[in-house]
Design a binder for this molecule. Structure first.
Ligand code: C2O
Ligand code: CU
Ligand code: CU
Length: 517
């Protein structure tokens, strides 16, 4: 890759794809009702530059979140590793949260609560930037189901988005909501509930994080495909290893990568047992040989090391895959954009077609164990779709020298078109048709949706797709049509829908929509 440069030289100003200008970001009028105290949880969240030790040798410059608990239960904040990952924020459904965000970065940022049903004005959208050396205080009620959500920056200025760069620099953290229904299931918790954030990164010889730089052809191509790092970190650490006993564990995974899709599997071929998705637990577990996880998606897994002898280890890996439009591979994935190069690089580095993510070393025998509940969530909504549910269609396409588009458009600030206005309380089917050469993980703010139907192409990754349960991000493959059902509840105002390949969204594959009464 000839187009990566030290992240620190990009901080505070970069060159963006196609010289794209997104139009006015003038804040629209506030639409939500402010939430008043008392608050159950009060946090300070600080976004700031730092140096952390990631690889042996010199420390790496990063941007990261650290947090302080002013009020609330001690369980509210837990560190995630000793690297750059933001702390785990653990909330209970029903709590009222107050959080002050302090920006000590050299540029604007926001904090978006990915997956949470929150009012538009606290959603951390680009229209609500926090300037350097200033802070923003916001509050909301925790109303979502138990599940793993996350928080990350969402700035988008006149020169394009900075989500890719800021997240890559280290700004991202997990957020777990607990509730009574989930607790009653007695799933593994404490040190047997592992939060694992997958992110790929490229380092210079001096351990500096490298990101796309410059305006050349190579940089343009990388931006079109999305940035992929040479190695995968887990919670900001290479070569992740966990010591476990012969008991069940709960693995809660977040794909926090800019563009990499993972095909997750166990090295010994055991089934991957899925108990939850973006929006919480499934009604019942699903077993797959591998599971597909696109950027921004989360997956909740159950694994029982009860049949592994102490002294042995099992690896959790990502397998290589083909994303072909016709079996053999689409141009975009197969080399035109350099995928072959990444693949070759991986093989050289790892000596295999499998990227090891976490090694689970079984070190102790446990006396007790639990069994996987065959019935999980009882509170999943039934399909809200009826015969007269309206369908709204979105075409994911590509325009030469512009990049990827949604219905031929790109982000134009807070401007919404007539077909981007929806009614409060209404259920709709949104149909995404992918006519481009790349898969797009499509994300919708402020709600969880159900995936109704998927028709079209089949790839190596399709067997690992979990469409059951609730989602906020859905992967739409080239030559595929995906229908989701969503209901615009409780909050009026501006929200966003976009591709969560961060380079795509930064290049404008992102739009506002508006919920009106
Ligand atoms: Cu995870 Cu609009 O974002
Ligand atoms: Cu979001
Ligand atoms: Cu995309």
């Amino acid at each position: 890759i000839g187009s990566v440069v030290a992240l620190s030289t990009l901080a505070g100003g970069g060159v963006w794809f196609g010289g794209y200008r997104p139009g006015s970001l003038a804040a629209a009028e506030p639409t939500s009702t402010a939430v008043a105290g008392p608050f159950d949880v009060d946090l300070r969240l600080l976004a700031h530059p730092d140096e952390v030790s990631i690889l042996p040798g010199a420390p790496s410059k990063v941007w990261r979140y650290t947090a302080e608990r002013i009020a609330g239960p001690t369980e509210t904040l837990t560190p995630v590793g000793e690297s750059y990952a933001g702390p785990l924020i653990r909330l209970r459904r029903g709590q009222r949260l107050l959080v002050r965000i302090d920006n000590e970065l050299p540029e604007d940022t926001t904090v978006h609560w990915h997956g949470l049903h929150v009012p538009s004005d606290v959603d951390g959208q680009p229209r609500l930037p926090i300037a350097p050396a200033t802070s923003m205080t916001l509050a909301f009620d925790v109303v979502d189901r138990a599940g793993l959500y996350w928080y990350h920056p969402h700035p988008h200025g006149p020169d394009g988005g900075r989500v890719g760069l800021q997240s890559y620099a280290g700004l991202a953290g997990p957020l777990i909501i607990n509730d009574d229904a989930e607790r009653a299931l007695g799933l593994p918790d404490g040190e047997r509930e592992l939060v694992l954030i997958l992110q790929d990164r490229t380092f210079s010889d001096g351990n500096e994080l490298q990101y796309i730089g410059g305006g050349g052809m190579g940089a343009m191509m990388t931006r079109m495909r999305g940035f992929r790092g040479e190695r995968v970190l887990v919670n900001g650490h290479p070569d992740a290893r966990r010591e476990v006993s012969t008991r069940p564990y709960r693995l809660r995974l977040l794909n926090g990568s800019n563009s990499r899709i993972y095909k997750l599997a166990w090295s010994d071929g055991r089934a991957v047992i899925v108990i939850g998705t973006d929006g919480g637990l499934l009604a019942e577990p699903e077993r797959r040989r591998s599971v597909t996880l696109a950027p921004a998606q989360r997956i909740d897994l159950w694994v029982d090391f009860g049949d592994t002898e102490p002294g042995e280890s099992v690896q959790f890996v990502s397998e290589e895959y083909q994303l072909g439009m016709m079996g053999g591979g689409g141009m975009m994935e197969q080399g035109m954009m350099g995928d072959m190069m990444d693949r070759g690089m991986m093989r050289d580095m790892m000596g295999s077609e499998r990227i090891p993510l976490v090694t689970f070393a079984v070190v102790a025998r446990a006396n007790d164990s639990e069994t996987l509940p065959e019935r999980l969530a009882q509170d999943l909504p039934t399909s809200p779709v009826q015969a007269d549910t309206p369908v709204r269609r979105f075409e994911l396409g590509m325009r030469m020298m512009q990049g990827f588009t949604i219905n031929g458009r790109r982000m134009e600030g807070t401007t919404v078109a007539d077909d981007e206005i929806v009614r409060l309380g209404q259920t709709e089917i949104w149909e995404f048709v992918n006519d481009s050469m790349m898969p797009h993980p499509i994300h919708i703010h402020g709600l969880q949706f159900q995936i109704q139907e998927r028709t079209g192409s089949k790839t190596d990754l399709h067997d690992g797709i979990i469409d059951a349960g609730l989602h906020d991000t859905v992967l739409v493959f080239p030559q595929e049509r995906v229908r989701i059902a969503l209901t615009f509840k409780n909050f009026e105002g501006l929200y966003m829908y976009h591709c969560h390949n961060m380079e795509h969204e930064d290049a404008g594959m992102m739009r506002y929509f508006k919920v009106v009464a």
